[in-house]
Design a protein around this ligand. Structure first.
Ligand code: NAP
Length: 251
């Protein structure tokens, strides 16, 4: 890893897991591009937290599902320095919990756009800029999946779990495709994590309610997911690519 390590783009870093990853990347020396789509106050708070801790960051708005936004995000991040790490964290459930048949077509399309098309666009742009075959200096991509892929979230989030299955396949395929181009691609798959995602879907206590079925008996904290991302980004994981690392308390 170069020293300093360069710029890390973290999508969906205005709160929750993305904000924790952004703070952790800054702690590890990255200049952080704190991406958000709508929550500018949250993104500015993430930047303020990083700066208060002695780091460097900028809030960059971009809807990851919009190709032109993604190109502009990379252009603006490049102004901060060489982009060497990209974390595909932005993800949504559609703010509902229920069976697939009750999910509207609009929600299905939006969740797929943000959770699948978004990481595809971001990963494509990352490869275009980082691949050593294309004039880049190499780098890393980390995708954030979910252990929802294990059972497919019947009765709650089948539509969401399916999109997370796609991001795991993206990880495996792209890792093989660009391994010789100086790019490692890995995935972190969190279990139930203490963020606002559950409240937004109408079940604020959902993460806690799942605790009895988790061997470690509790949901994850965002910082614990961020620690796994940090390790995969580190030189300690230099021979790891195409991996899907559960951070799930054993579930
Ligand atoms: P969260 O608190 O709801 O935060 C989601 C983030 O994504 C926000 O910063 C949001 O920013 C951003 N975002 C949404 N749509 C976007 C778009 N189109 N373009 C750019 N950014 C966008 O969610 P979280 O719980 O931290 O989840 C983060 C990731 O972890 C997601 O991929 C999620 O699927 C995954 N995950 C979460 C859990 C869990 O239990 N929480 C478990 C497993 C996996 P704006 O409001 O500005 O759009």
């Amino acid at each position: 890893m170069p020293n300093p390590p360069g710029v890390a783009i973290v999508t969906g870093a205005s709160r929750g897991i993305g904000a924790a990853i952004a703070r952790r990347c800054a702690r590890d020396g990255y200049v952080v591009a704190v991406n958000y789509a709508a929550d500018s106050a949250g993104a500015l708070q993430t930047v303020a937290d990083i700066v208060a801790a002695g780091g460097s960051a900028a809030a960059l708005r971009a809807d990851v599902s919009v190709a032109a936004d993604v190109v502009a995000l990379f252009d603006r991040a490049r102004q901060l320095g060489e982009v060497t790490a990209v974390v595909n964290n932005a993800g949504i459930t559609g703010n509902l919990i229920g069976p697939l048949a009750d999910v509207s077509v609009d929600v299905l399309q939006r969740v797929t756009d943000v959770n699948v098309v978004g990481p595809l666009l971001v990963s494509r742009e990352a490869v275009l800029r980082m691949s050593t075959l294309r004039g880049g200096k190499g780098g890393q991509i980390i995708n954030i999946s979910s252990t929802a892929t294990t059972a497919g979230s019947p009765g709650t989030w089948v539509h969401y779990a399916a999109t997370k299955g796609a991001i795991e396949v993206l990880t495996v395929g792209l890792a093989s495709e660009v391994g010789r181009e100086g790019i490692r691609v890995n995935c972190v798959s969190p279990g139930s994590t203490n963020t606002g995602l559950h409240a937004a879907a109408g079940m604020p206590d959902r993460a806690e309610k799942l605790s009895p079925g988790i061997p470690l008996g509790r949901p994850a904290e965002p910082d614990e997911v961020a620690a796994a991302v940090a390790w995969l980004l580190s030189a300690e994981a230099s021979y790891i690519t195409g991996a899907i690392l559960p951070v799930s308390g054993g579930r």
